[in-house]
Design a protein around this ligand. Sequence first.
Ligand code: MG
Length: 354
Amino acid sequence: MPVLCQLANPDTYQVSTWNLMDSEEDAAYWLALFAGFPGRSDRYLLEDGLAGPDFSRRWLAFATEYAERLEMIRVEAERTGRLYTIDLCRFRWDMLDRHGFPDPCAGVKQRENDVAVTLYPEVVQRVDALAGRHRWELLLKGILAGNMFDLGSPETMAMYQRGEADFFGFLECVPARPWFIDHADVLLSGLNGRARWRQVLIFVDNSGADIVLGVLPLARELGRQGLRVALAANRTPALNDITIGELRPLLERVAGMDPVLSDLLTSGRLVAIDSGNSYPSIDLSRVSEECDAAAAESDLIVLEGMGRAIESNWDASFKCDVWRVAMLKDESVVRWRGAKLFDAVCRLESPVVA
Ligand code: MG
């Protein structure tokens, strides 16, 4: 698989520079979070009728082997002094696959997409009622509000279980600027009026409100301003992240309600592509051919969500502009960056010219 051609330093690229073993507290936190996964995730399969035959025995076998292997990972991390979140993600999905549970969140994702689709017309109506900079500001807030639907962080998981994951509610709660990292003024002046970019490649994050109410309205507006937009989604499932197999029909479905989006899809100015990746953290040294080809044509890369923009690729340098946008939803990530819970990152960087 190709290395993303827009990486400035492919030879020294590291998916993540956040070694969890640098802090005892962080290592313990992540190991405990992953240790709790089997105990809290069977409900997704059971509630959605996806458990399949002989579920209790199969899940117990999964949970037992999972616990044993996680302990081996802990011991190995103690020995080497190295542990990264992508290692834990890879381990979790390998285990689920081995035990025949390739996509435990399939039902949740479907339901959340269904809900978000019903809210889409109201969101684009609100967007279209505004002009110029105000419109872009709402779109930016929408991305942050949508990114709160996340089954990877204990805080937002609990909100989801309590039925509090409401897009319009989140929209009201997007923190006041300035955010933890706030390059929104530069970003908005690059978007409003004559756009600074020609093609945008967006590595999208979650299903539901995130993609439908956050990313799509923004992509629609970018397209309407004459930019080409490529949405790169994961190849295989990871928690509630949207996969390319889910994104394509979802786009068609939303386009059925929105002539603007429909035109963009028909004309090829908005496309969905397979990123080639499999985890919430994105490894840009292994992307699909089509993702690499889209990157070659792009002058802005967007890394959306904590996994893609912060836990991985925080220190990566690019040959083109890169915009990292995410809500900070995890206490350990917040501690690492010295931020506050539920603050926002809107970090726009241009290549360093030597
Ligand atoms: Mg995610």
